[in-house]
Design a protein around this ligand. Structure first.
Ligand SMILES: *[C@@H]1O[C@H](CO)[C@@H](O)[C@H](O)[C@H]1NC(C)=O
Ligand SMILES: *[C@@H]1O[C@H](CO)[C@@H](O)[C@H](O)[C@H]1NC(C)=O
Ligand SMILES: *[C@@H]1O[C@H](CO)[C@@H](O)[C@H](O)[C@H]1NC(C)=O
Ligand SMILES: *[C@@H]1O[C@H](CO)[C@@H](O)[C@H](O)[C@H]1NC(C)=O
Ligand SMILES: *[C@@H]1O[C@H](CO)[C@@H](O)[C@H](O)[C@H]1NC(C)=O
Length: 816
């Protein structure tokens, strides 16, 4: 495929060269020196054939210009020498001045139409490089005296730069053509703005900003998330040093041809050459929609390109249109006005706070102050301490969320919009405005208040109906697993079959072991893969056998999509064996606590699904099966993943099976350090012990951190919660959904999850929710959740004798 394309390109190139009136003769067709010249009709072709220099007439114009274009696409002109001084006829000639070494474009009468003004040097030559750069260099030292890349027209090629050289004062920016027929400078300029050392690219129309890319966030320009899809082939390069502040990009070897153009109509496009269709494909275009028009919604306005029903413009929380009649007439550039004045400093009782505006292209950075050296938390403190600070945001974002550095706005917030993979902006508001987020964010709704309230009532009704329906559905799902008759039993299987399946319990088939048994992987004659748990002989006391029988009995009734399924059992002679469905993706702890690549396997959405699954499974054990079964050893190792990454709670190990009504005081204390509730260490056993362990499991899944007997994670989570830094708990390797998707409210989902987790680990069992409540709040996004108090955090090490913990360690399938 590649080869075919290449051949095609070369053929086209040959064709092109043959059709060109005269190609410069033999050898160095990309170079000429003193005494040589390029006349109209002749061309210079770069060594690899990609670029051509020659005379051309744009569009319908008859005037002649000297320019450089892509050889495969002669109308893709990327540089023009005499933009302001077209030649009237084909008598033009390009030569190297014999006295000064200047590159000169002369018309028929010998008048200079354009000159490079390069330094006076005796021996120079001009060369068209394969990058599309026309350079004048000293023939001997090869020092570049002048290059076309320093004098951009309307196109940025790989290797070119926009911005400023701070030593020399040279500035580079793009200027549009006046029209497709006229390459003279038009009304649009694309400039790298760097006043704050936080560069952003602005498209100017005369003296007015027309479109901003948003500030550089360390990976792309904040308002151009498209870049993340092509940055692999065309890495973006922003330099902010003492010597230069520049933006440019390169092309990886083998990447297709590309260019960034400012059109005469004021549209910036990144085009990529598709060699199979011989056409330029648009990879990015800006402005891309109404919300990219600079300042569309005015100061403190917020543009939402998907909110056609409210004419796209709204006001930030705590603000209302400065002129409602003007907004009604869609005249939104007047912006919004603050409802309640900020209370900075003066009044203890009504202090200011911040609200989070998620997923935006950050406002104009012209008058911001930037500090790359402090954290976003310090940024918050700095903003809070300074009465003129109106908002702040991270200056850089990291892979997987989170950020660092600090941008502080002290003036109007202008040109704010929602954007895919946008950033978080923290807006300062007076205390009373924070507590009550305004229902109608989009202010057209306030103008049409009566209609809005009617709509709101309908929405509320719809919501109630949906909620009830959903609630019913989730109830139903919960009940699906209940056996229709209590006579349901687990079949027994003969020892011979299991021996065959595991090659006589071969060492090589062991996939896990613990205090009570060994787990083997096996294959049934019908091809099914199974996990075989064989109890140790030493565990087979009278009580042990009893426990075994009880597990089989209870497991027979526990049928739920989120519980591991017991397929069969075997109790021949002294053997006690349980047979389960084999779980190819093994146990959850391998991923949550694994290498970064393993952690990244489970995306945000999958982690939520897993948390949900565990909650449903445990809720079913507690209340769904007709009997209350306590798991007693919930932990990540005991959650297995099927081939669809569905969570299956496993290991209802014999010693842990417990039926609430049959209190058994002789029951071994079973605990895994870090997961045990305070009361379980006092041998008090309730359903709420599982709730506590579930809380720990949930926080571990979110954070990727092990709690352990020191309760490190719980302390950390509670600390972040108190400081309102919940996002910092999330494992940074987790892949987040794009912010534009309607289901991508990661921040609030995370917050809810953490809140549920903290409620589950409350000191007193009575303060913890029942598992069915947990399922309800996890599945309905809007239900109210109580605010957690400081959880029951205590150091388990002081309570644990290591030996005892080992003794009670149960079979876990911790593989490899
Ligand atoms: C261009 O070069 C040709 C020979 O290569 C010469 O005859 C002609 O006079 C030159 N033109 C100019 C304007 O120097
Ligand atoms: C360029 O340099 C040469 C010798 O170095 C000198 O004779 C000539 O006058 C200079 N030309 C200009 C235009 O400065
Ligand atoms: C402080 O602010 C509150 C609410 O804005 C107001 O009711 C109270 O009078 C203020 N107190 C002073 C001393 O200004
Ligand atoms: C920045 O400050 C200047 C001078 O006060 C003002 O004219 C300009 O509008 C400000 N820019 C923004 C985006 O607020
Ligand atoms: C508050 O911020 C402004 C703008 O960054 C700055 O000029 C001023 O010095 C700051 N004031 C204090 C007290 O830090």
């Amino acid at each position: 495929m590649m080869a075919v394309n290449c051949t095609l390109q070369i053929l086209l190139l040959l064709l092109f060269i043959l059709l060109s009136p005269v190609a410069i003769t033999a050898g160095a067709t990309d170079t000429f020196g003193k005494g040589q010249n390029v006349t109209d009709g002749e061309t210079l072709v770069s060594a690899g054939g990609t670029f051509t220099l020659g005379f051309f007439s744009p569009g319908a114009s008859a005037k002649r210009y000297l320019g450089i274009w892509f050889s495969v696409s002669s109308d893709a002109v990327c540089w023009v020498a005499n933009r302001d001084h077209p030649l009237k006829d084909t008598s033009g000639v390009l030569l190297v001045a014999s006295d000064t070494g200047d590159l000169l474009l002369l018309d028929g009468s010998g008048e200079v139409a354009w000159s490079s003004n390069s330094p006076n040097t005796s021996s120079v030559e001009a060369q068209l490089l394969e990058s599309g750069n026309l350079v004048v260099h000293d023939q001997r030292s090869k020092t570049i005296l002048w290059q076309s890349f320093d004098h951009p027209s309307n196109t940025l090629l790989p290797g070119m730069k926009m911005g400023k050289n701070l030593w020399t004062g040279d500035e580079w920016y793009l200027t549009s053509w006046r029209s497709p027929d006229d390459p003279s400078p038009g009304s649009y300029r694309r400039v790298l703005e760097y006043a704050t050392r936080l560069p952003e690219v602005v498209l100017w129309q005369q003296d007015a900003k027309a479109y901003r890319t948003g500030p550089w966030n360390g990976r792309w320009f904040n308002g151009v998330p498209e870049a993340s899809t092509y940055a692999h082939d065309f890495p973006l390069d922003v330099t902010a040093s003492k010597s230069e502040i520049t933006y440019g990009y390169t092309a990886r070897p083998g990447a297709p041809l590309t260019r960034v153009v400012v059109t005469d109509a004021g549209v910036v496009r990144r085009l990529v050459w598709d060699a199979s269709s011989l056409a330029w494909k648009t990879f990015f275009q800006g402005p891309r929609d109404v919300c990219d028009a600079y300042g569309k919604c005015g100061a403190f306005g917020l543009c939402d390109a998907s909110a056609a029903s409210s004419a796209f413009c709204g006001c930030l929380q705590g603000f209302n249109p400065a002129s409602p009649p003007a907004w009604y007439m869609r005249e939104t550039s007047g912006g919004c006005r603050r409802n309640v004045p900020l209370n900075c400093g003066g009044n203890e009782t009504a202090t200011d706070g911040f609200v989070l505006v998620r997923g935006v292209k950050l406002p104009d950075t012209q008058n911001v102050s930037v500090d790359m050296s402090i954290s976003t938390e310090e940024c918050r403190d700095r903003c809070f301490a300074n009465c003129s600070c109106l908002a702040y945001a991270s200056a850089e974002i990291r892979e997987g969320g989170g950020g660092s550095g600090c941008i502080i706005w002290t003036g109007d917030l202008v040109d704010l919009r929602y954007v895919d993979r946008g950033q978080d902006l923290y807006l300062r508001l007076a205390g009373p405005e924070i507590a009550v987020p305004k229902g109608s964010k989009f202010a057209i709704a306030t103008v049409l208040a009566p209609v809005a309230s009617a709509v709101a009532i309908i929405l509320v009704l719809l919501f109630v109906i949906c909620w009830r329906r959903k609630h019913r559905i989730s109830r139903k799902r919960l009940n699906d697993g209940i056996p229709q008759s209590s006579a349901m039993t687990v079949p027994s299987v003969d020892l011979h079959t299991l021996k065959e399946a595991t090659l006589n319990f071969s060492e090589s088939h062991v996939i896990g072991q613990g205090g009570f048994g060994i787990v083997y992987k096996g294959q049934l004659p019908d091809g099914r893969t199974i996990a075989v748990k064989r109890l140790r002989q030493c565990a087979l006391t009278r009580k042990g056998k009893c426990d075994f029988a009880r597990e089989v009995e209870v497991m027979a009734r526990l049928r739920h999509g989120n519980l591991i399924r017991l397929l069969a059992y075997c109790d021949e002679g002294e053997e006690r064996i349980l047979v389960y469905v084999y779980m190819p993706n093994k146990s959850l702890d391998l991923y949550i606590f694994g290498e970064p690549s393993l952690r990244a396997t489970l995306s945000w959405r999958q982690r939520l699904d897993i948390i949900n699954g565990i909650a449903q499974g445990v809720a079913y054990m507690h209340e769904g099966s007709g009997e209350s079964v306590v798991h007693r050893d919930l932990k990540l190792q005991n959650v297995l993943l099927d081939d669809n990454w569905r969570a299956k709670v496993a290991d209802f190990g014999t010693a842990k099976l417990f039926v609430a009504e049959r209190v058994d005081s002789s029951l071994t204390i079973v605990n895994s350090p870090g997961y045990a509730s305070p009361e379980s260490l006092r041998a008090e056993m309730t359903l709420k012990c599982d709730v506590y362990s579930f809380g720990v499991v949930l926080l571990e899944i979110l954070s990727g951190q092990r709690n352990g007997e020191t309760q490190r994670l719980l302390l950390h989570a509670w600390g972040l919660w108190e400081q309102d830094r919940k996002m910092a708990l999330l494992d940074p390797t987790v892949n987040l959904p794009p912010l534009s998707r309607p289901d991508s409210d990661v921040g609030s989902e995370l917050e809810r999850c953490i809140q549920i987790g903290l409620l589950c680990i409350q000191e007193s069992p009575d303060d913890r929710p029942a598992m069915s409540d947990v399922v309800a709040v996890l599945t309905t996004k809007t239900s109210q959740i109580a605010r957690p108090n400081r959880p029951g955090i205590y150091n388990q090490r002081t309570r644990f004798v290591t030996g005892q913990a080992d003794l009670t360690r149960t079979t876990t399938i911790d593989l490899e």
